[in-house]
Design a protein around this ligand. Structure first.
Ligand code: PNS
Length: 166
């Protein structure tokens, strides 16, 4: 690819099980950088998810509707194939700490090898959320810890309902 496309579409992939304020911060900042940002949920995740893809889609849509250029979808198979199908030329990922770097580097280099026209762009996580992950949120909440301020209120309410059923 030689020239910058007129509209830069970025794809922000992940499990989002559930979305945290760290993800949301990245979405908000990404929405200012790109013409369109697609938040893409991985469907065929090996991890046993707490929320179905449909529930995660709903949760994401509830919080991103305030950003007119942000869309939510889901994908199976190779990320670069999905990005190509969506005409995305950028993959957006967040880095919280140096421990994220190795995994992210591996994925970025593999994705570049698979599809050299797609560029991975990393943004540093907001320091206020750099210690949180969906995994930790579920663990702490499940053990009765306070997660207020770390996930959107609508997500906290869903966690409350989900854990009261278990
Ligand atoms: O934030 P997560 O949950 O670690 O996201 C991981 C994700 C979805 C970005 C990654 O697992 C992925 O891209 N899966 C799709 C399969 C793929 O394309 N693999 C080759 C590139 S490493």
């Amino acid at each position: 690819m030689s020239a910058k496309p007129p509209n830069v579409i970025a794809l922000y992939p992940g499990s989002f099980d559930p979305i945290t304020n760290g993800h949301l911060d990245l979405i908000q900042r990404g929405s200012r950088l790109f013409d369109k940002l697609i938040v893409s949920i991985l469907r065929n995740d090996n991890k046993e998810p707490l929320f179905s893809v449909e529930e995660r889609t709903e949760m994401l849509r509830e919080v991103v509707h305030v950003y007119p250029n942000v869309e939510v979808d889901s994908f199976d198979g190779l990320l670069v194939d999905h990005a190509t199908a969506q005409s995305a030329t950028v993959l957006l990922r967040g880095i919280r700490a140096i421990s994220d770097y190795e995994y992210e580097l591996q994925m970025a280099l593999m994705n570049r090898r698979l599809q050299p026209d797609i560029e991975t762009i990393f943004m540093m996580a907001n320091e206020a959320y750099s210690f949180i992950s969906s995994r930790l949120i579920k663990q702490v909440f499940g053990l009765g810890g306070n997660i207020t301020g770390l996930v959107p209120p609508s997500v906290e309410a869903r966690l409350q309902r989900r854990f009261s059923k278990i």
